[in-house]
Ligand binder design. Structure first.
Ligand SMILES: [Zn+2]
Length: 281
């Protein structure tokens, strides 16, 4: 990431003007995705499944850092439909090029999720090369978090909390209240298949973010319909209807988050020299 000091200063200056910054998948959602991810590792990396407990426990760490580290918040989202290039199907994916076009302040304000994910991936590759277990575990846990955020549709959209369409609060209603009530069903819905090498991590990361952005309208429509049918946004009837209309897409997003995290974990390990599990110390 270019010029971290400048970014830090801008983050502090803009702290109160950020858009999509205060929302995590709930801790439970993050933990579930990270725990399940090791089931997607191919046979050659299976020994690393022993990291599952650590990855699960530390999945929420990046959210918890936000209160102490003011540079952390923009790493958890990108309001990608802010950019006219994205709307035209030609997103500027290079961070420096985007900053040249929009200025650093605006790019930070709209969120840094794809580049924070990529940077964490690169740090993980280096940790594998160095056989540094403590760092590899930390970066792997962080990577799992950022990949999961990139699969939460509302972390990829300007209308991240329904504030533009009179649906305020939809973010937490969906990702915490509803998801937490259906964790068992989500847990049973994973379908682990061994992942393969990711050829271009940056493109891979942007692709799942584009995908998540398209899912957003399903969630917003579900919220509208559930409200219209039940005349409430708090009742059990509202949440039952919300789940009925979004469970399939939510299961897909959870499964894909675990799968895509595993693919990046596996790719980092391969590009880090495939260290055997016992070599990491
Ligand atoms: Zn987050």
């Amino acid at each position: 990431m270019k010029n971290k000091l400048l970014i830090s200063a801008l983050v502090i200056i803009n702290f109160f003007f950020f858009a999509n910054q205060t929302f995590p998948w709930g801790d439970k959602g993050h933990k579930l995705i990270s725990k399940k991810s090791v089931l997607f590792l191919p046979a050659s990396m299976k020994a690393y499944s022993k990291w599952a407990d650590y990855l699960e426990e530390h999945a929420p760490d990046p959210d918890n850092r936000k209160k102490d580290d003011k540079t952390e918040a923009p790493k958890h989202f990108i309001d990608i439909d802010f950019y006219k290039e994205f709307l035209a199907g030609k997103m500027i994916e290079n961070e420096d090029s985007l900053i040249t076009e929009y200025g650093e302040k605006e790019v930070v304000k709209q969120g840094l999720l794809p580049w924070a994910t990529e940077e964490t991936y690169k740090n993980l590759v280096q940790a594998f090369k160095d056989h540094n277990k403590a760092k590899a575990l930390k970066y792997a846990a962080d990577l799992g978090h950022y990949v999961a955020d990139g699969h939460q549709p509302m972390h990829t959209v300007l209308n991240y909390n329904g504030q533009l369409t009179n649906q305020k609060g939809v973010h937490a209603r969906y990702e915490i209240n509803m998801v937490d009530d259906h964790l068992k069903e989500l847990e049973d819905s994973f379908d682990p298949q061994p992942v393969t090498l990711v050829k271009n991590p940056q493109q891979f990361i942007f692709n799942y973010i584009y995908d998540a952005n398209t899912v957003c309208c399903v969630l917003m429509e579900a919220d509208s319909i559930a409200y219209k049918e039940t005349n409430s946004r708090r009742s059990n009837a509202y949440y039952d209807l919300m789940w009925f209309r979004t469970k399939y897409i939510t299961e897909i997003q959870f499964n894909n988050a675990a799968k895509d995290f595993a693919a990046l974990l596996y790719t980092a390990w391969m590009n880090g020299g495939k260290p055997s599990f016992n070599k990491m110390k």
